[in-house]
Design a protein around this ligand. Sequence first.
Ligand SMILES: N[C@@H](CCC(=O)N[C@@H](CS)C(=O)NCC(=O)O)C(=O)O
Length: 231
Amino acid sequence: MSLRPERDWPITSANLTPREAGPRTWAMAKPKLTYFDFPGGRGEDVRMAFALAEVDFEDKRIAGSDWRQLKESTPFGALPILEVEGRPTLAQSNAILVWIGTEHGLLPKDTWEAARHVSVLESVEELRATIDPSGRLEDDDAKRQARQALCDGPIPRWAKQIEQQIRGPFVGGEAISVADLKIFTAMNWFRRGVLDHIPTDILDGHSKLTALHTAVASQPRIAAWRERFAR
Ligand SMILES: N[C@@H](CCC(=O)N[C@@H](CS)C(=O)NCC(=O)O)C(=O)O
């Protein structure tokens, strides 16, 4: 009696089960990115990083109504999260961008210069954290006042500081990095007009920022991505 189930003979990689064929022929599942279903925010620059690096990934978009159920299972109660086979779930958009950037040539090889790019990622996170609380104000007058204060100080101050980090057209000069994608998405946050009481053109007087935006938008893979998904 055969101990094995009936199978084709001879045994080749074509008729082995994936487990029998071993790690070299067992196709890895795609990386899975989970984020909300809109073309912006901290998940969109990650999606664009995958698109730019031509990485086939699962673009899991969840509805706000499914979030409450998922929240407690995420490392820090927030999105985006990235799942890669054999690894613990990775959270924090900047950590995800650093991983993609390191794996796929979207961060400089020089470690000091790479750390400078990470400082740019962190600065964009700080800008977001400065603006986010005003979005939770329910009283429209209070929101107007809070946002006017942001327009008078923190936003232009951030723009001035971040421009000092841009060699042009990109943060690192000629080579695009994940830091450029993070700035690009933050600029689109203003331009998309979703922030009441903040002018959509608030950053347009900053020539290095606008040149960076144009340079990112004209990357063919970014243009193709936005054509498919930007609404
Ligand atoms: N520092 C975190 C912030 C994550 C974060 O605040 N994500 C928002 C969406 S952009 C979120 O999950 N909000 C829903 C919630 O906090 O319940 C990161 O960079 O990933």
